[in-house]
Design a protein around this ligand. Sequence first.
Ligand code: BYC
Length: 334
Amino acid sequence: MYAQMIKTAGTGVKSPEEMTDQERAFQARIDADEKIEPKDWMPDDYRATLIRQIGQHAHSEIVGQLPEGNWITRAPTLERKAILLAKVQDEAGHGLYLYCAAETLGISRDELTEDLLSGKMKYSSIFNYPTLNWADMGAVGWLVDGAAIMNQVPLQRTSFGPYSRAMVRICKEESFHQRQGYDIMMKMCQGTEEQKQMAQDAMNRTWFPALMMFGPSDKDSVHSTQSMAWKIKINTNDELRQKFVDQTVPQAEYLGLTIPDENVKLNKKTGHYDYSEPDWSEFFEVIKGNGPCNTERLNARNKAWDDGKWVRDGLLAHARKKAARKASAKTAAE
Ligand code: BYC
């Protein structure tokens, strides 16, 4: 389908006539739903787009540990603590799978980390908001992981093999994360009036930032057209946002919570829920580095990187010694 795509002004997507033979052959593989593997030829921009998206995704998993890690010591029961600890560890694992997938494109994990720490590379806007009370752990699990799954399930079919395979593993774990969040919300909504109020307050603060996770509206999305032509992205930002709203409104009704948007209403004509757009000026400020917690999050990651230097140095020295011992044993045996 996309091989037929006509170049439209500003999208940057080449028409078949504008492509080189190599580019046409590459697009034909994409159109046939073949996976592209690291050693295959690929256009430079395809590689760069993947490094940007997978790298940002990996950084989101790593920075995403911070707002939740904050609550591990204050979880209300031993069981909740163990579950939250496991969830935060899972996020670290997801970051690692994704850094490995990005490394197959010719960039090192250190380079990606340095670009995160210097503020050159982005991570998801959502993690620049604070988690103020325990109910936020419910709202984050339910809404943030819920939005993440909505975005990530289609990415299992993304065209780049290592990314697609990483997403299969990640999605299995994310669905557990979303359920644990919903379970916290259920308990709080069935608790005292004060607990229900905490759940409502957490939802009020999380709803619009969760909608922003899908990226700007399609008319302002810079990368969607080309990324969809290459099947790096499978859906547009607005398509996924609508699916998320449609899935979440009935879940909120079941909990007895009110969506903090009076325009949320089932539209009988479309079969979808209408909803208000988030405040996009706030979104663009957050991704520019001016959200409530941007500085705190980057400071925390920079501190972890600096504090961990002796561990990295030690491991590298050990690996070098081991390699030297192996090489001299080999020489002695010859
Ligand atoms: N936050 O052209 P567009 C998770 C940037 S959760 C920050 O539409 P694209 C987790 C975008 O990078 C989330 N920046 O971009 C859950 C671009 O700027 P640059 C992680 C954003 O890439 C729970 C500009 O805005 N998931 O993992 O086609 C616990 C224009 O946007 C955001 C992923 O990363 C945002 N929300 O579409 C722990 C999924 N949205 O780069 C962890 C993979 C947009 O040109 N990523 N921008 O400077 C994607 O699916 C796509 O990259 C996006 C954006 C839908 C996010």
